[in-house]
Design a protein around this ligand. Structure first.
Ligand code: MIC
Ligand code: SF4
Length: 643
């Protein structure tokens, strides 16, 4: 029987387990990436493993927090540079670009595996890599040569057929996908793209699509490596890294979705979730205050050239603040040379640093109650830095249409001639901002006052006595749990960062956890569906753990976050009936007797001492995960010799 792409990559990297959907497999990792906001913790954890040199091709990027308001970020950058140099890790300096954009351009390789401590790592799936977002600790283990464990996924084949209409682009396709698959219920699935439409979709366009698979919560998304991929590698002067990688004709899939590209309209994801999808037509005419182009979703040469071409000779509307952040130094250098940068500057665009910036709430917070149109991938409440702002996710074409008219506008109504963007035969290659490591053990690693030791958990007690410290609803994102933006600079300082857990949801949460601890109780987070959506930030598990959280009770949890909870020794149990969630109150005292024995079975009884009843929950941990949780996390488990 023929094999799909996923079967091919996993089979060639399989170290343990059976390739059956739902079962746990261990695979070999070829490449890793980290970024500054998750990287410091990942490298501190790697250092604690005592391995002199990484076993993977690894790159440490600095792209998230480059604002440097205060010494903290600069200290972190220096730590990252020296630790990379010492342990054989490439270091991409601030200014070289957004990790996913640069990795795609310069490091990606078809048919191989990549783990990244960032949820948008699947971007590299555009060239036929199995690229997955994970917590920093999983990256640390991979760099030390350990396997990565994942649940073997169900594979959805998405056939993209035909050709997009002018003014519609890859972003509109992936927003359409979000309409179909939504942001919840996709844990344990993976998307493989195919179909006749691939003939017209370049690698940068494919990467916009794989990028936002993260918003669907799928394990990753992957395209085949074909002639189009070869063209991209050739233009990046990397023919030697290319190989053809296609599924067999008779490959089997668990589900097939077909999308007619000609029928795709300019789409928009409305506040405050990427799956709140409408067409631009449905909201056209709404006045706009801010328009921002950039992020790892839409900052490629193709996208920025489209923006510049549309703006050539035009002026940005007086009431709109319009910013453009090219995705990499390569893109910026090329538009500087070919004149497109002047077209942007002359139109009134604000040129922003080649970094994540506005996308993660580092700068460009919009005005009160603003309508902000952005080309990035997440519009969670408050992520922009302005709590009452409304962020709409759109394509670069629709972003520019609004920047010109000051209103949400279908780009087809601008009356412009459609600019054909021709991708360069040869991109401008200059890897001088990716520093090669010396891997010299004598190098002294710089540690400023912002760098603290990663805290460890303790083993699970025999009887778990805990109090509910917060009860939240459905679709709680990691931005709710552990906000980024101005707090990002405390990523290397867990005691300080922990004081902001659930900051915008219930700022008394850390205090409640502290009180529980003083009274001899652990703390519990109670949640609805799809808890932990969004980012890979392990701080959303690490900081609650530091505060004394030992149990998550949820209707369901998302893949990366769920793995992070295991890594830091937080037990997760799911409600078996909605009524049990409904009647649980903030402050309730809960007990799980004899936890070690109790979680050996799938059904675990939880007693509610405050209200005087018991309820049943489900424990879905594998044997290995159970051992990790009982040990108090992966570092303790590994120290005991666990694999
Ligand atoms: C994000 O887009 O939310 C981030 C910031 O890139 C995160 C990583 C982080 O929190 O550092 C992600 O997507 O994993
Ligand atoms: Fe950076 Fe935004 Fe991409 Fe996250 S989603 S990696 S913050 S550009």
């Amino acid at each position: 029987m023929g094999k799909n792409l996923v079967e091919k990559i996993i089979e060639s990297h399989l170290l343990s387990g059976e390739m059956i959907p739902g079962s746990e497999v261990g695979i070999r990792v070829d490449q890793t990436l980290t970024q500054d906001a998750t990287g410091t913790m990942a490298y501190l954890q790697f250092e604690s493993m005592g391995i002199p040199k990484v076993k993977t091709l690894s790159v440490s990027y600095v792209d998230h927090n480059t604002l440097q308001d205060g010494f903290e970020n600069a200290d972190d950058h220096r730590y990252l540079q020296t630790v990379a140099d010492k342990h054989g890790i490439k270091y991409s300096k601030a200014g070289n670009g957004i990790c996913h954009q640069v990795h795609l351009e310069r490091i990606s390789r078809p048919g191989t595996t990549l783990l990244g401590s960032d949820s948008h790592t699947p971007t590299a799936g555009a060239v036929g890599m199995l690229a997955m977002g994970v917590g920093g600790l999983d990256v640390a283990v991979a760099m030390a040569g350990g396997p990565f464990y994942l649940t073997y996924p169900k594979v959805i084949r998405v056939n993209l057929e035909g050709k997009l209409q002018n003014w519609c682009s890859a972003k509109d396709i992936v927003i359409e996908m979000l309409k179909i698959l939504t942001t919840k219920g996709n844990v344990g699935t993976l998307i493989e793209y195919g179909g006749s439409g691939l003939a017209n979709l370049t690698v940068p366009e494919r990467s916009t699509i794989t990028n936002m698979g993260a918003e669907m919560g799928v394990t990753t998304s992957v395209f085949p490596s074909d002639e189009m991929t070869y063209t991209f590698f050739k233009a990046q002067a990397r023919e030697a890294d290319w190989q053809e990688f296609k599924p067999d004709e008779d490959a089997k899939y668990d589900r097939i979705i077909t999308i007619d590209l000609a029928a795709i309209q300019p789409n928009v994801a409305c506040p405050h979730s990427p799956d709140n999808v409408k067409t631009i037509r449905e909201i056209e005419g709404m006045e706009v205050n801010q328009v921002l182009v950039g992020s790892c979703t839409n900052s490629s040469y193709r996208d920025v050239m489209m923006v510049a071409a549309m703006l050539k000779g035009k002026r940005v509307h007086p009431n709109v603040s319009f910013g453009v952040a090219p995705g990499s130094k390569q893109v910026l250098a090329m538009i500087a040379k070919n004149g497109a940068l002047s077209d942007l500057v002359e139109s009134g665009a604000r040129i922003l640093e080649t970094a994540c910036g506005f996308c993660v709430g580092c700068g460009q917070a919009p005005q009160t109650k603003a309508i902000s149109l952005r080309t990035n991938n997440r519009n969670f409440l408050g992520r922009s830095g302005t709590k009452d702002a409304n962020v709409y996710l759109v394509s670069p074409e629709s972003a520019v249409a609004a920047a010109i008219t000051g209103k949400v506008t279908d780009p087809r109504d601008l009356g412009l001639e459609y600019p054909e963007i021709v991708l360069p035969e040869v991109y401008q290659i200059d890897d001088s901002m990716i520093l090669e490591p010396s891997a010299d053990a004598a190098i002294e690693v710089y540690r400023g006052p912002n760098i603290g030791e990663p805290p460890k958990n303790t083993a699970m007690p025999e009887t778990l006595k805990a109090k509910v410290a917060i009860k939240v609803g459905d679709k709680i994102t990691t931005d709710h749990i552990m906000p980024a933006g101005p707090f990002l600079k405390y990523r290397s300082n867990v005691p300080k960062y922990s004081t902001y857990v659930f900051y915008h949801t219930d700022s008394t949460f850390p205090e409640k956890c502290k009180k529980n601890k003083e009274d001899g109780f652990a703390s519990v987070i109670a949640a609805g569906l799809s808890y932990g959506q969004g980012s890979s930030r392990e701080h959303a598990a690490l900081c609650p753990m530091y505060l004394g959280v030992r149990l998550l009770l949820a209707k369901s949890a998302e893949r990366i976050h769920s793995a992070n909870l295991v890594n830091f020794g937080i037990l997760q149990l799911t409600f078996t009936a909605d009524v049990d969630y409904d009647r649980l109150n903030d402050g309730d005292e809960l007990v799980v007797e004899n936890v070690y024995k109790a979680i050996e079975s799938e059904i675990v009884t939880v007693q509610n001492k405050t209200q005087g009843y018991s309820f049943q929950t489900k424990c879905s941990l594998t044997d290995r995960q159970r051992e990790i949780v009982l040990s108090g996390g992966l570092l303790n488990y590994a120290a005991k010799g666990g694999k």
